[in-house]
Design a protein around this ligand. Structure first.
Ligand code: UD1
Ligand code: UDP
Length: 375
């Protein structure tokens, strides 16, 4: 048996790694050890409960107001101990969080091969998103296996000099999850509340947006809700106290808006599916929405997901109040513009990404072990 350590620590990583854990657990030649950093706590547990995944190791590092030094150092030293004890043959990390970066670094220091799930996304701007672009480029540097969700991501990796045989285009494992959650008969108190109205689904949390950009985003949303009485908005708010403070300051008097606690992922996917329009600065939602045919206004200056922009479902608005307001207003008043953005497309996969990663690892690790070749 070859041992695979699957590492994650935040909500989005969990959503995209749990389907892979489930796949790997079916393997007869790979043993899976789930190692979580606990960079998130409640939001992580919520996902693991839905997927029925349990961790063999949990560093439980989260503290309110944690900064990048806190997370980086706690994960680096914590995972050193976990990897030294478990001696995995491969460490799998996901995406671009500080958990993923520090765990990849710990594995690299110990000489353990790293596999990067959701590899090759790039904005080429180290300040946007911050620190995620640095994290993902750095993980790419130390990784042996690169699981790219799209051909565009593969091209980015080839351009950086990665070996073609170490890159596998898989689709995004997040879409594997989406294929299991969306149901036409879904009901939730907030979707019932919004029945008969056009529903805006909102999320916002990016570190570089905390401060003025987030104030501007929320002001734009309030203006829209004032102007369009047939529109209602649901905002499952991130647990970051800084986000909540800005929301309290800007959204308290805003009509037709419900701020709710983070939704379990199955309910959130169904909220997206029930919505008319999505406003977000999230990464993962930019992948989910095109599959559902829901227009997304991406409240950021850059995106590492150009496929969704090319497919027509995503539009970058920047973070200014006026540009967000104008883009949103256009989609609420111009049916042609709305229809152009609401065609369901699937640039991020067919729901089989995890199975492809499992097959690749079995080929590379188990087959190699059998014939005595080093790979
Ligand atoms: C992290 C990732 C970001 C990812 C996001 C997903 C880094 C640097 N950032 O950012 O890439 O997009 O997760 O949501 O890796 N909190 C809780 N309970 C929770 C989760 C968070 O109370 O379950 C609060 C804590 O006070 C915590 C704060 O939120 O200190 C911020 O969490 P943190 O992981 O540092 O940053 P995110 O913005 O969530
Ligand atoms: N999500 C969720 N509940 C919520 C809000 C979002 O399950 O209340 C899911 C969403 O479907 C997506 C992921 O969380 O899969 C995105 O996470 P987030 O926006 O926190 O991080 P990012 O993708 O920006 O790294």
């Amino acid at each position: 048996m070859k041992k695979i350590a699957v590492v994650f620590g935040t909500r989005p990583e969990a959503i995209k790694m749990c389907p892979l854990v489930k796949q790997l657990q079916k393997s007869t030649c790979l043993e899976t050890v789930v190692c979580v950093s606990g960079q998130h706590r409640e939001m992580l547990q919520q996902v693991m409960d839905i997927f029925g995944v349990t961790a063999q190791h949990n560093l439980d590092i989260m503290k309110p107001g944690q900064d990048l030094f806190d997370i980086t150092s706690a994960v680096l030293t914590g995972m050193r101990q976990v990897f030294q004890q478990e001696k995995p043959d491969v460490v799998l990390v996901h995406g671009d969080t500080t958990t993923a970066f520090s765990s990849a670094m710990a594995a690299f220091y110990l000489g353990i091969p790293v596999g990067h799930v959701e590899a090759g996304l790039r904005t080429w701007n180290l300040r946007s998103p911050f620190p995620e672009e640095f994290n993902r480029q750095s993980i790419g540097l130390v990784s042996k296996y690169h699981f790219a969700p799209t051909q565009t991501a593969k091209k980015n990796l080839l351009d950086e000099g990665k070996r073609e045989e170490d890159i596998l285009v898989t689709g995004n494992t997040g879409i594997d999850a989406l294929f299991t959650t969306v149901r036409e008969d879904f009901h939730h108190p907030v979707t019932d509340w919004a029945k008969g109205s056009r529903l805006l689904a909102i999320t916002a949390h990016r570190r570089e947006n905390l401060g003025r950009p987030m104030h501007e985003m929320f002001r734009a949303i309030c203006r829209i809700l004032e102007e369009f009485p047939d529109v209602k908005a649901v905002y499952p708010i991130h647990m970051n106290p800084q986000v909540r403070k800005i929301a309290r300051e800007e959204l308290a008097g805003c009509d037709n808006l419900r701020i709710i606690e983070p939704l379990p992922v199955d309910a959130f996917h169904n909220l997206l599916n029930a919505s008319y329009l999505i406003l977000t600065d999230s990464g993962g939602i930019q992948e989910e929405a095109p599959s559902l045919g829901k227009p997304v206004l991406v409240m950021r200056d850059t995106t590492e997901r150009p496929e969704g922009v090319q497919a027509g479902t995503l539009r970058l608005t920047g973070t200014g109040e006026q540009s967000i307001y104008t883009a949103c207003r256009t989609l609420l008043t111009d049916q042609t513009a709305y229809r152009r953005m609401s065609r369901a497309q699937n640039p991020y996969g067919d729901g089989k990404a995890s199975a492809r990663i499992r097959a690749f690892l079995e080929r590379r690790l188990c087959a190699c072990a059998e014939d005595g070749l080093s790979c």
